[in-house]
Design a protein around this ligand. Structure first.
Ligand SMILES: [Fe+2]
Ligand SMILES: [Fe+2]
Length: 165
C-alpha cells in the first residue's frame, strides 16, 4: 500500500469515528427533545459511520491482530490514556478554571485504569471462559461486572444509568 493511501485511511478512520460519536450525541438530544424519528435517523447514520470506520481500520496494516494481541493493545491504550494523556488535559483545564471539563477529564482518567484492569483480567481469564455481564455507566464510562452498583463509584450516577453488555 502506498504512503498516501495509508495516511488517508488513518484520516478517514478518525473522521468517521468522530462522526459516529457526534451523531449519537445528536440522536440523544433529538430523543430528549421528543423527536423520535429524527433520533432514529441520527442513530442509523452513526451506525453507518461506524461501519465505515471499522472497514478502514481493517484495511490499515497491522491494526487488528489476534484477540490476544488486541487485548494487549487495548490494555496499553488505556494505560497510556491514564498515565500520559489525561493528566496534562486535567492540568490545563484546572489552570483555565473550567471545572466541568476538569471533572470530565478526571473521571475519564480514573475510568481508564478500570478499563485496563478489566482487559488484564480478560487476558488472564481467556482460557478459563469466565462469563460476566458488563454494565457501562452512561455518565462517566465506568464498567461494573455482573451487576450494576447502586451508585457509580466514580461519578455517583444511579443504577438506572448503567447499560448492560
Ligand atoms: Fe477506556
Ligand atoms: Fe459513572
Amino acid at each position: 500500500m502506498g504512503e498516501k493511501t495509508e495516511k488517508n485511511l488513518a484520516i478517514a478512520f478518525a473522521a468517521e469515528s468522530k462522526a459516529a460519536a457526534r451523531n449519537l450525541a445528536f440522536g440523544q438530544k433529538a430523543q430528549h427533545d421528543g423527536y423520535e424519528q429524527i433520533a432514529r435517523l441520527f442513530r442509523a447514520v452513526a451506525d453507518a459511520e461506524s461501519v465505515h470506520a471499522q472497514r478502514y481500520l481493517r484495511l490499515m496494516r497491522g491494526k487488528i491482530g489476534s484477540t490476544e494481541e488486541n487485548l494487549e493493545t487495548a490494555f496499553h491504550n488505556e494505560i497510556r490514556a491514564n498515565v500520559d494523556e489525561y493528566p496534562n488535559l486535567i492540568k490545563e483545564a484546572t489552570e483555565e478554571g473550567v471545572s466541568a471539563v476538569e471533572k470530565a477529564f478526571s473521571q475519564s482518567r480514573d475510568v481508564e485504569s478500570r478499563h485496563a484492569e478489566l482487559y488484564k483480567k480478560a487476558m488472564n481469564d481467556m482460557l478459563a471462559e469466565r462469563e460476566t455481564i458488563y454494565h457501562v455507566c452512561q455518565v462517566c464510562g465506568y464498567i461494573a461486572e455482573d451487576e450494576a452498583p447502586e451508585n457509580c463509584p466514580i461519578c455517583g450516577a444511579v443504577k438506572g444509568k448503567f447499560n448492560p453488555n
